[in-house]
Design a binder for this molecule. Sequence first.
Ligand SMILES: Cc1ccc(-c2noc([C@H]3C[C@@H](O)CN3)n2)cc1F
Length: 329
Amino acid sequence: QQGSVTASPSDSMDDSYICPVTTGSNTLHLDFDTGSSDLWVFSTDTPASEQGSHSLYNGEATGKLLSGYTWDITYEDGSGSKGIVYSDKVVIGPVTATSQAVEAATSASSGFVSDTSTDGLVGLAFSSINTVEPQQQLTFFDNVKSSLASPLFAAVLKHGKAGTYDFGYLDSSKYTGSIAYTAVDNSQGFWGFTAGATTVGGKSTGSVGAAIMDTGTTLLYLPSKVVSAYYAQVKGSSNSNTYGGYIFPCSATLPDWNVSIGGTTFTVTGSYFNYSPVSSGSSTCYGAMQPNSQTGGSTVFGDTFIKGHYIVFDQTQGSNSPRLGLAKQ
Ligand SMILES: Cc1ccc(-c2noc([C@H]3C[C@@H](O)CN3)n2)cc1F
C-alpha cells in the first residue's frame, strides 16, 4: 500500500500541522510528530471536563482493550498526557494499520485541552521510545512499513497552506533537483543527523553538529554561536529576557539562512524567521530561530526548516540503516 494525507497548518503561524486520521470509526485531526513515538488521542475515556471540543476516539465501541496497559508522555515544552491502550484499526490516507496501539487519554495537560485544532498525536520517531507499559508498542510507520511499496514516508509541509505526508513512495513532482541523503543516528529514538556549515549573507556563521528532524516542533533551535551570528545581521534585534528569546522590529528585513546537510546546501527563506508579534498588535516580533538552550541543549530542525523542503524518513536500506533524504520543494 501507499498514499498521501493532507497536512494543514493548525493556525496562521504554522504552529503545527494536522492531518485527518480514522481511529476505529471516528476521524480525528492529529499532529504528526517525528519527535515522539506514541499515537494518542482524546477519547470517551477522557474526563468530560477535559474533552473540550475535541473529536473523540471510542475504544469501547471499536477497539480491543489491552488490559492493564498504560502510557504516560511528557513533551519538550512540559505538556503531556497519559492513559490506557486499545488495539484498533487506524487509517491514514489510503494506508491502514489493522492492529495499531491507540493510546486513549485519561488525562491531558491544559495545552492540549485548549488546543482545539489537535485531537492527539501520531508519533513517527522510533518505537524504542514508545511509552506504553508493560509492553512497548509500535508506531504507525513501524506497523505498516513492511506493507508499504517502499519503507519510507515523506513530509511535504508548506508555509501557510496545506501540504502532505506521503507514505510508501517518493513523488518527484513534489521536489526539485535530487534528494540528498544523510545517515541517521536513532540511538536516542529520534531521527538524528549531522548538519554542517552555515552561512548568512555570504558570511560563515559556524557549524551546527548533531540535530534531530522534528515535525512536532514549531521553530528552529540551533547552537547559540550560529543563532547570535544570524541575528547580528538583523538590525534592531536582541536576545530578550522579557520574551525569552531573540526579538526584532516586525519591519526588519530577515536574511536567508543556509546550511549544508548531506553535501548539499539548503536555504530557509528569511521571511520564515518572523514567527509572530510578541503579543497581538505589537510591532516587536519573535524569531523562529532560537538558541538550543530553549530545548535543553538539543538542536532541533522543526517546522521552520521542514516547511518548504521535501524530507524523506527512509528505511529502504534496512531498519538498522535509517537515513534522511532532503530536497528543495
Ligand atoms: C499542546 C502541544 C504541546 C506539545 C506538542 C508537541 N508535539 O511534538 C512536540 C515536539 C517536541 C518533542 O517533545 C517531540 N516533538 N511537541 C504538541 C502539542 F499539541
